[in-house]
Design a binder for this molecule. Structure first.
Ligand code: ADP
Ligand code: MG
Length: 629
């Protein structure tokens, strides 16, 4: 029979306890999750032992975790009928750090001396010792089913603990927390049943044993009515057989669990067995959150281990371009302390992440084929995110090419595959136009000849589109080609005619180039114009106009190469005749210079540029109007 002993914690444990006591970490509430999970582990253990030794349970087979609140004494008790601990087990499990999952926390702490311990507590969660974040004194009563006697352990966390053998009827462990006074920043008062109820819901809802507590019940006649309630729902949806789950149940879960308003577009529920074991329940939402494309948006998949919630947004599990995917992974291969061991687990996480990516892409490809209009709705919400994958994630490129779609001159939306299947004889490239909207692109002079030929044009109306095109370059061997850039091969006139044109117009084109100086890199006769007199095109080897304008608004402005502008004129337009006549009569006159500048400025305006000198433009315009009178 032992009497009461006072022992010291080992040095490292002291360090941790010190941290807990003085912690200003705001998520102190995790203490409850940690204690409940210990209780659940302990029940797991006794249940396992009882498989070979049924007598162990002594009739106490109703496994449960009880929470008892005492407002007057300010205590929270977490009680289980699990495996309990013997005297020696208490000493090793609770008194030394080696036994507790806290060890790697301490290692990280050492590696990160100046890095702020507060953050680390948040990331880590530190098992039993987290009790001291909220308690001024902690008492543990426990008894192993293999022992006659129980054990009482007590500590204020300041370096020593008291331990003694006691009489104890029941099997299992009871942890009694004597709370400190409520502090500013606490997420509620832990002796308040509603606070506890919501914390259980948040962190421990899917613990497979009932977590019970005496809860007030609203009754008009009996103001003090209360009854024992089970706080958690226990069987997680994702652990049920997928054939037994109705679509509505998934949708309901999705909305409740992830605070969404609309039903998901797609549900993916899969199980992996083998070297890595996990269940995944993933959702593709139907509506994008307003901040999806802002830096503050946090992507990620929830992480559970054996039904216990570990982490809300584990970002290692989804690539950036799938940042809209919601869902969870439950894997017994991760311990509750995953966050403190996240580095050791990155390989496993990456493997699961790859599988998630694959599943989501498969499901999207399927949706595109089977439910086109649903896919188009999805695309409106998340297409932009998917497109970013084409340039941020080279490995995903090939898989994504078939999922992207654009508005098209064909009417609705078109994928590359559809586009290619409709290409005309003699058409070698995939054409796209860049602009703010379908309407704007349709009015571009560069559209004229392409449209005339009956070639389909994809409309790039989102900021990322052109960027993305630079990374795709081709689909099915067909190059992507902007209608406002370089030469359009399929539109070339026959060589003889081209030669003749070039000879005929050589001098006048040179004169216009001289008038414009460095403003343009070249002046040439256009093959893409039908009814418009002029347009600007960008050189093949430079950036496009849209890109130049987009970058001009960002930090990249300074390093930005300018788009090389080529002025193309329509030789069949009456205006060209006017220029020719002027040139024949007066060579490079002031008038010819004014005309050239005005044509160039029209080109700029069509492309959405601001004029270099609007006042000068206006003066020239006025002069010409006066002369024309
Ligand atoms: P971890 O759970 O990561 O091992 P903890 O600090 O939470 O770390 O717990 C330390 C150890 O104390 C546990 O591994 C377990 O052996 C023991 N323990 C804690 N709580 C209980 C409990 N309610 N019943 C039985 N053993 C417990
Ligand atoms: Mg634990």
């Amino acid at each position: 029979m032992s009497t009461k002993e006072t022992r010291s914690f080992e040095a490292e444990t002291k360090q941790i306890l010190d941290l807990m006591i003085h912690s200003i970490y705001t998520h102190k509430e995790i203490f409850l999750r940690e204690l409940i999970s210990n209780a659940s582990d302990a029940i797991d253990k006794v249940r396992f032992e009882s498989l070979t030794n049924a007598a162990l349970l002594k009739g106490d087979t109703e496994f449960k975790i009880e929470i008892i609140l005492d407002k007057a004494k300010r205590t929270v008790t977490i009680k289980d009928n699990g495996i309990g601990m013997t005297y020696d087990e208490v000493v090793t499990n609770i008194g030394t750090i080696a036994k507790s999952g806290t060890k790697s926390f301490l290692e990280a702490l050492k590696a990160n001396k100046e890095g702020g311990t507060v953050d680390l507590i948040g990331q880590f969660g530190v098992g039993f010792y987290s009790s001291f974040m909220v308690s001024k004194n902690v008492i543990m009563l426990t008894r192993s089913p293999l022992d006659e006697k129980g054990v009482r352990w007590e500590s204020t966390g300041d370096g020593t603990y008291a331990i003694e053998t006691i009489d104890r009827e029941v099997r299992g462990t009871e942890v009694i927390l004597e709370l400190r006074d409520k502090e500013e920043g606490d997420d509620g008062d832990y002796v308040d049943p509603y606070t506890i109820q919501s914390l259980v819901k948040k962190y421990s809802d899917y613990i497979q044993y009932p977590i019970v507590m005496d809860m007030p019940v609203y009754d008009e006649k009996d103001k003090n009515k209360h009854e024992i309630k089970t706080l958690n729902s226990m069987v997680p949806l994702w652990k049920r057989n997928k054939n037994d789950i109705k679509k509505e149940e998934y949708a309901e879960f999705f909305k409740l669990h992830f605070h969404e308003f609309a039903d998901p577009v797609e549900i993916i529920h899969t199980k992996a067995e083998g070297t890595l074991e996990y269940t995944a329940l993933l959702f593709i939402p139907s509506k994008a959150p307003f901040n999806l494309h802002f830096a503050e948006f946090e992507k990620g998949i929830q992480l559970y281990s054996k039904n216990v919630f570990i982490m809300d947004r584990c970002k290692e599990l989804v690539p950036d371009y799938l940042r809209f995917v919601r869902g969870l992974i439950d894997s017994p291969d991760f311990s509750l302390n995953i966050s403190r061991e996240i580095l050791q687990h990155t390989r496993q996480l990456a493997t699961i992440g790859k599988n998630i990516e694959k599943k989501v892409l498969e499901s999207l490809a399927d949706l595109l084929i089977k439910e086109r209009s649903k896919y188009e709705d999805f695309w409106k919400e998340f297409g932009e995110a998917i497109k970013t994958g084409l340039y941020s994630d080279p490995a995903a490129k090939d898989k994504l090419k078939d999922l992207i779609m654009f508005e098209s001159s064909n009417g609705g939306m078109a994928t590359f595959k559809e586009y290619v299947s409709r290409m005309k004889d003699g058409q070698k490239e995939i054409y796209f136009g860049v602009g703010m909207s379908r309407e704007q692109i349709e009015k571009l002079p560069q559209m004229e000849a392409v449209r005339d030929k009956g070639y389909e044009v994809l409309y790039f109306t989102q900021r990322v589109d052109e960027f993305m095109a630079m990374h795709i370059t081709d689909y099915d061997g067909k190059k992507l080609h902007s209608i406002s850039k370089g030469d359009i091969e399929s539109l070339e006139k026959d060589d003889k005619k081209k030669e003749a044109d070039e000879k005929e117009y050589k001098d006048i084109l040179a004169a216009i180039k001289e008038a414009l100086g460095e403003k343009v890199s070249e002046v040439r006769v256009s093959k893409r114009l039908k009814s418009s007199p002029v347009c600007l095109v960008a050189a093949d080897d430079g950036v496009s106009f849209a890109m130049e304008q987009m970058m001009a608004q960002t930090q990249m402005k300074k390093m930005m190469p300018h788009a090389k502008k080529i002025l193309e004129l329509n030789p069949d337009h009456a205006l060209f005749q006017v220029l020719k006549d002027e040139f024949t009569a007066n060579k490079i006159s002031d008038r010819l210079k004014d005309y050239s500048l005005l044509l160039y400025e029209q080109g700029l305006l069509i492309e959405g540029y601001a004029l270099d000198d609007a006042a000068d433009f206006s003066r020239r315009m006025a002069d010409i109007m006066v002369r024309a009178k």
